[in-house]
Structure formats: structure tokens, C-alpha cells
Design a protein around this ligand. Structure first.
Ligand code: S3P
Length: 427
């Protein structure tokens, strides 16, 4: 499917965006290995978290959706069963990488793979620490999926310094730590999203600028209720829409405000965005707020690099749209891992920004451009990547004339009703 997006006169109204993708995945995973029935409200019913559910279904975990809630019938740390079929993680890096941590400690073997994009993404980052813990994992000779994770009697605890800032690697090691004898410690130099730690009630310690997260084998997980806030990464698309379309005012309610996820708000402030955060509260261990955004004259001239990159990694596509509509220069560096996402996002962003008429310098670890007036509408390639489709869908609202987003159905990975939400705000 392709979607035509026309210039918006204004955007007005109140919306809520769907549940947080990272927290939705983790609520199913933790629910499956807890004892009892986990009740999840606000679960993101989109392709990626549904892939996690279907993988656990193959491992003998039942679930039901009832009255807007998801129930996971957990079987405890050692209750998963061998699957005779290959687990299908679909397009979801979080599913394959985090689940590998759980599967590494099982007394049965599992094969797990995914779609044509997932099988190209790097898995060495999780294979290395898990093998150090005694896991037996084989992959292709390029260290990509399909992964075969052999049965083991037990794993051994390790101290692991994360060589890259990655919440997926950190979480895979922590999950494996539940099956390892002793105390596993993950040492993080640059902060990455901390949902796994929060949801497992782990208490990180700070030491010489590093964060150390410890987990002990066999802690008993009792089924709980999880409340999933709205995904700040999805809210970011509508924040930028409100900023760049003239005469707009949008309120986005119940947005997750976990500090490891909202670095993009400080970047918007730097650009001079008119954003009000109100009604801040904590629900289910995660901070939430409502966000009001009004059209703003943005100024950029900023270089984003270093420690902030892991915090804004999923928002770089939409941040670059805000910057394209600002006056000044914009540069992203130290973001080489963007090339390993659902698509090579550095290449995809540069390709589409050039189609808008910008001159863009592409680097191994980022890109740079100077904004200019009279950007042009165009045919944008989503590269089948949900965040690229949504970012350029929002850009199109502020371009003169009609634009086309190719293969726009890929938004179903994280935000199935995205195009409907765009239309609602124009009515
Ligand atoms: C995620 C972590 C990030 C992020 C991804 C979701 C998670 O990936 O890009 O969308 O839920 O842990 P990395 O950990 O590889 O940076």
C-alpha cells in the first residue's frame, strides 16, 4: 500500500498514541516466566509485540485478550516447553535478542528466526556474552539469524561490560542471568533504556560514572499487573507534526516519560519548540505526562553526538524532520548503530531528505545538512521501516503539494492506526 499525504492547513485536537513497544515486549516475556497470570493494560497490539506473543505460544504459553487487557498464563522460570517449529520473531529485533537470553538457559533446544530484514541484523552482540555464560548458540557465518540455541544444564554468571550502548544486549544478559549460577553483573557506560531493570525490580548502582545492574539466579517471579504507558517514540511523530504545521495545537495524553527515553524533548527545547509537559505522574513504576505542542519557529544549529545518542536512537528519523523545518544546520554523529535497525536508517534518512531538496552529507556514523526554504513534496521510500514511513509521512504534512509514502503499511509494526490518527487531527 502507498499513502498520499497532502499539505495540512493545521492540526488540532487531543490524541493518545499506542502502548510502548519496549515495555509491551517485556511484559509478555516476564509474564511468561513468572508464576501465575500476568494482567497487562495498554499493551501495544502491533506486529512486533504480537511476534513476541506468538513465539511464547509456540513455547507452550497461553494468553487471552479480554476487555482491552492482555492476560499471560505464566509457567514460572522453568515452565517453557520445547517448540517443534522454528520461532518466528518477524521484524522484531527486540523479540529475537531478548528472547535469546531466556532461551539460552533452557533445558531444550530452540531455533529462532525472522523476516527478510531481521535475518540481516547483527546477532554477535548477544551471542558473545551469552556464549561467555556457557550458552550454546549457532548462527550463520555472518552471525545473523536463524539462531539455534542448544539445551544446557545451567549457565554461569559473568560480569559483562557492554561494548555498545544497547538495551537489547543488556536485557538479553539480564534474562540469561536468571538461569545462571551466581550473580550476573552488567556494566553500562552510557545509559540505555532501563525498562527491564524496572520491570524485574533490579536496583542499579552507580560507580565512577558507570551503572552496574546485578541479577541473581532463580529469583522467583510472581505474576503481576503491568500498565503500559503510551510510547514516547510514537508521540514524537505527532509532537513534530504540531511543531511544523502552521496554526496547530495538539495534546497527546498519557505519554511515557521514562528519562532514558525522552532525550528528544530536550533536543526540541534546544530548537525553540513550544512544548508544555503537564499532569506528570507515576503509574506502574513508569512516569507519564500529557504533552501540549503548538506550531513553533524552530532554529537548529546543533550537533547531536555522544551519550545522548542511545537515548534518542529511535527518534533520529523524526528529529531530522524537525531540523529540516528549522533554520540552521543539523548534524548527527556517533549513531553508526542506526545502520543496523529495521533498515539502514542513515541511508534511508539521507535518501528521503535529498528528495525534499536538501543537500545532505552522509557519514559512517551520521549525517549533516543545512535546512532551506521551499522544500519539495515527493515520493518517499519507507524501505519497509515503520519509523521511516512515519517520519516522512509527517514531513509531507508541511510540504507544498502531495507526497507519496511507498509501502506505508509497515507502520503496523509499532503504530497500526498511524494514518488514521494523522487524518483525525486535520478534521
Ligand atoms: C529497544 C532498544 C533499542 C531500540 C529498539 C528497542 C528495546 O535497540 O532501538 O527499538 O526495547 O530494548 P538497541 O538496544 O539495539 O539500541
Amino acid at each position: 500500500m502507498d499513502t498520499i499525504v497532502s499539505t495540512a492547513k493545521y492540526l488540532k485536537g487531543e490524541i493518545s498514541v499506542p502502548g510502548d513497544k519496549s515495555i509491551s515486549h517485556r511484559s509478555v516475556m516476564i509474564g511468561a516466566i513468572s508464576d501465575g497470570v500476568t494482567e497487562i493494560s495498554g499493551f501495544l497490539k502491533a506486529s512486533d509485540p504480537l511476534s513476541t506473543i506468538s513465539c511464547f505460544q509456540s513455547l507452550g504459553i497461553e494468553h487471552k485478550f479480554e476487555n482491552e487487557k492482555l492476560y499471560i498464563y505464566g509457567k514460572g522460570l522453568n515452565g517453557l516447553k520445547h517448540s517443534s517449529t522454528v520461532l518466528d520473531a518477524g521484524n522484531s529485533g527486540t523479540t529475537i535478542r531478548l528472547m535469546s537470553g531466556i532461551l539460552a538457559g533452557q533445558k531444550f533446544s530452540t531455533r529462532i528466526s525472522g523476516d527478510q530484514y531481521l535475518v540481516k541484523r547483527p546477532m554477535k552482540r548477544i551471542i558473545d556474552p551469552l556464549v561467555k555464560m556457557g550458552a550454546k548458540i549457532s548462527s550463520t557465518d555472518k552471525f545473523t539469524a536463524p539462531l539455534t540455541i542448544q539445551s544446557v544444564e545451567s549457565l554461569n554468571a559473568i560480569d559483562y561490560e557492554l561494548p555498545i550502548a544497547s538495551a537489547q544486549v543488556k536485557s538479553a544478559v539480564l534474562f540469561a542471568g536468571l538461569y545462571a549460577s551466581g550473580t550476573t553483573r552488567v556494566i553500562e557506560h552510557e545509559p540505555s533504556r532501563d525498562h527491564t531493570e524496572r520491570m524485574l525490580n533490579l536496583k542499579p548502582e552507580k560507580e565512577n560514572g558507570k551503572t552496574i545492574i546485578s541479577i541473581s539466579a532463580g529469583i522467583k517471579l510472581d505474576a503481576r499487573q503491568f500498565v503500559v504507558p503510551s510510547d514516547p517514540s510514537s508521540a514524537a511523530f505527532f509532537i513534530v507534526a504540531g511543531l511544523i504545521v502552521p496554526n496547530s495545537e495538539i495534546k497527546i495524553i498519557n505519554v511515557g516519560m521514562n528519562p532514558t527515553r525522552i532525550g528528544f524533548l530536550s533536543v526540541f527545547k534546544q530548537l525553540g519548540a513550544n512544548i508544555i509537559v503537564e499532569n506528570e505522574r507515576i503509574i506502574g513504576g513508569e512516569p507519564l505526562a500529557d504533552i501540549i505542542v503548538k506550531s513553533s519557529s524552530l532554529k537548529s544549529n546543533c550537533v547531536l553526538n555522544g551519550d545522548i545518542i542511545p537515548n534518542i536512537i529511535d527518534e533520529i528519523p523524526i528529529l531530522s524532520i524537525a531540523a529540516a523545518n528549522a533554520v540552521g544546520k543539523f548534524e548527527i554523529r556517533d549513531a553508526q548503530d542506526l545502520r543496523n535497525k529495521e533498515t539502514d536508517r542513515i541511508a534511508a534518512i539521507c535518501f528521503n531528505l535529498r528528495k525534499m531538496g536538501l543537500v545532505v552529507d552522509e557519514y559512517k556514523d551520521g549525517f549533516a545538512f543545512e535546512s532551506k526554504k521551499d522544500l519539495i513534496s515527493s515520493e518517499f521510500n519507507s524501505f519497509d521501516d515503520h519509523r521511516i514511513a512515519m517520519a516522512f509521512g509527517i514531513a509531507a504534512l508541511a510540504l507544498r503539494g502531495d507526497s507519496k509514502i511507498l509501502n506505508s503499511e509497515c507502520v503496523s509494526i509499532s503504530f497500526p492506526k498511524f494514518w488514521e490518527s494523522v487524518n483525525t487531527l486535520q478534521r
